[in-house]
Design a protein around this ligand. Structure first.
Ligand code: ZN
Ligand code: FE
Length: 255
C-alpha cells in the first residue's frame, strides 16, 4: 500500500513522504535533517526527490540527501539548480517503479514562474500554489497566471487529495471567513482545523471538494466573494474572476 505522511520542517513547512515497503520519495525537502533522521530510523531507502519550485525552503536539503542516497531528482525545467536532476515540464511522466506510482507534471506558474505540481494516485503535490483555504503569494507570476493555474486544479476530480507545502490553513480560513461570514462549510472547516491544530495534527491533506466549498481563491465567481472584493455582482454582469482573484490576493497579503 502507498503511504503518504508529513515530515514537518522549519516553522510551517511539510516535506511529504511517499512510501511503499522500504522505498520512499520526498517532495520539496528544504531541510535534509528531519528526512535523514526518519529514513535512517526506519531503515528506508530514498528513491527519488520531487521539486515543485526553486525556493530555498523547498530545495535546500537536496544535496545533503544525495550524499546519503543515490536518489533521482525531478525539478522544473524553467530553473537552474546546483544538484543533478531530470528537468520536467507540462505532461512529463514520473515513473516511480518501486512505489508502483506514476505522476504527471502540471505547470502551475504564479507563485513562481517555474512552479509545477505532481498529480497521480488521486493525489496532488502542489507546493506553494494551492494551500488549505488559500494560495501562494505572487512572487513572479501575474494574477492571471495564478488564477489560471488554480482553475486547472479546481477542475481535478473532487476527491483528489491536496498535499501543500505549508501549514497555513487556519489563518487562511480566518481570512476566508472575513470575506464570507455566512459560508456554513467554511465555519465548520475552521472549527475542524482549529481542533486539529490544537492536537498538533496537520490540517492536510485537503480535497478539491473541500477547497471548492471554502477556499475564496477558487470561489471568485461567487457573489459573496465578488461583493467582498468591492465588485457589485448584481450590476456588473461581466466581472472578470481573475480581477476578483487579484483583489482578494492583495487583501490577503495584508491580513
Ligand atoms: Zn515558495
Ligand atoms: Fe514555500
Amino acid at each position: 500500500m502507498l503511504k503518504i505522511s508529513a515530515i514537518p520542517a522549519f516553522k510551517d513547512n511539510y516535506i511529504w513522504l511517499l512510501q511503499r515497503g522500504n522505498h520512499t520519495v520526498v517532495v520539496d525537502p528544504g531541510d535534509a535533517t528531519p528526512v535523514i533522521s526518519l529514513l535512517k530510523a526506519l531503515s528506508l531507502n530514498l528513491d527519488a526527490i520531487l521539486i515543485t519550485h526553486h525556493h530555498a525552503d523547498h530545495i535546500d536539503g537536496v544535496n545533503e540527501l544525495l550524499r546519503h542516497w543515490p536518489a533521482k531528482v525531478y525539478a522544473p525545467k524553467r530553473s537552474q539548480y546546483n544538484f543533478p536532476h531530470q528537468a520536467v515540464a507540462e505532461n512529463s511522466i514520473i515513473q516511480l517503479g518501486a512505489l508502483e506510482l506514476n505522476l504527471v507534471v502540471m505547470e502551475l506558474p504564479g507563485h513562481t514562474l517555474d512552479h509545477v505540481g505532481y498529480y497521480g494516485a488521486n493525489s496532488l503535490f502542489c507546493g506553494d500554489t494551492l494551500f488549505g483555504g488559500g494560495c501562494g503569494r505572487l512572487f513572479e507570476g501575474t494574477p492571471q497566471q495564478m488564477y489560471l493555474a488554480l482553475q486547472r486544479l479546481a477542475n481535478l476530480p473532487e476527491d483528489t487529495a491536496i498535499y501543500c507545502a505549508h501549514e497555513y490553513t487556519q489563518h487562511n480560513l480566518e481570512f476566508a471567513l472575513s470575506l464570507e461570514p455566512d459560508n456554513v462549510a467554511l465555519t465548520q472547516r475552521l472549527a475542524d482545523v482549529s481542533l486539529q491544530r490544537q492536537k498538533g495534527e496537520p490540517s492536510l491533506p485537503s480535497t478539491i471538494r473541500l477547497e471548492l466549498e471554502t477556499n475564496p481563491f477558487l470561489r471568485c465567481l461567487k457573489p459573496a466573494i465578488q461583493h467582498a472584493a468591492g465588485f457589485n455582482p448584481s450590476t456588473a454582469i461581466n466581472v472578470d474572476p481573475a480581477e476578483v482573484f487579484s483583489v482578494i490576493r492583495s487583501l490577503r497579503n495584508h491580513y
